[in-house]
Design a protein. Structure first.
Length: 163
């Protein structure tokens, strides 16, 4: 019961902060609301017993992506002007509504497993065993993903430095 209440509170905060990211004209505040949205998604993962996804959400999205966005906005000139008004509002709205319809149809038509089946399917130990075991063969993939993240951070620093 408590997890259900926490889930719905986190879901409402997540949707509210996602709307704030879209609607607020100040780029810095929009980036901060994006960080709030990422935190609430990590909290939702915790309520769903997906501790590995929650840790990945905090480490990668909040620790790397969101902080990189905040620093990029802070180093950008003229952030006080805000986002310019878009000329493609109507086509973007149509595409967003179509995507929402496809997502709702997917959620409704999928045969979801129960919570007890989900808890028996995957745990953090299962994921770690699959990633780092010799028969899993995913160690190289895991290391390549880490190198790609490092290259993205170095590339962002090169783009942001003063010449």
């Amino acid at each position: 019961m408590t997890l259900d209440i926490a889930f719905w509170i986190l879901a409402l905060v997540c949707v509210g902060s996602a709307l704030a990211v879209i609607l607020i004209r100040d780029l810095f505040r929009a980036a901060l609301f994006l960080v709030v949205c990422f935190f609430t998604v990590a909290g939702i993962y915790v309520t769903l017993n997906a501790s590995f996804l929650a840790a990945v959400q905090v480490l990668i999205y909040i620790g790397a992506v969101a902080m990189l966005l905040v620093f990029a906005i802070m180093l950008t000139r003229d952030t006080r002007r805000g986002n310019p008004t878009g000329k493609l509002k109507i086509p973007a709205l149509v595409v967003a509504l179509a995507l929402l319809g496809v997502m709702i149809w997917s959620v409704v038509s999928f045969n979801w497993p129960s919570a007890t089946e989900m808890s028996q399917m995957v745990s953090t130990q299962d994921i770690a065993g699959l990633l780092f075991s010799s028969e899993g063969g995913y160690v190289l993939t895991f290391e390549i993903a880490g190198l790609m993240l490092l290259a993205a951070i170095v590339g962002a620093l090169v783009l942001l430095r003063d010449k």
